[in-house]
Design a protein around this ligand. Structure first.
Ligand SMILES: [Zn+2]
Length: 103
């Protein structure tokens, strides 16, 4: 265990704490990689694979349905392509800020 300083308020707390006890700031303690997230969004984005990776299963299921049977109605298929593209851009913009992406 090590003591770290909160990035938000500067209070000293354990690096194992999920959030700063003083201000509640959630430290960035995920093992997940933003690079993997961006690659998944790029390669498999229309099936929502990056959403499942980020722990957002609900959105992942929605994208998976839109990216598969959604193509039968054309519009959901096109919409999920735009959604995946937006996720890709948001992922690249926040590549150093995974707490915005991962649940
Ligand atoms: Zn704090």
């Amino acid at each position: 265990m090590a003591m770290i300083y909160c990035r938000e308020c500067g209070a000293k707390h354990s690096d194992r704490a999920k959030a700063c006890p003083k201000c509640g700031y959630q430290a960035n303690n995920t093992d997940k990689s933003m690079v993997v997230y961006v690659l998944l969004a790029f390669l498999l984005g229309t099936w929502g694979v990056h959403k499942f990776y980020a722990g957002r299963s609900g959105e992942g299921i929605a994208m998976l349905l839109m990216g598969t049977i959604g193509w039968l109605l054309i519009i959901p298929g096109i919409a999920v392509c735009i959604w995946a593209l937006v996720d890709l851009i948001v992922g690249i913009v926040n590549i150093n800020d995974p707490k915005k992406i991962f649940k």
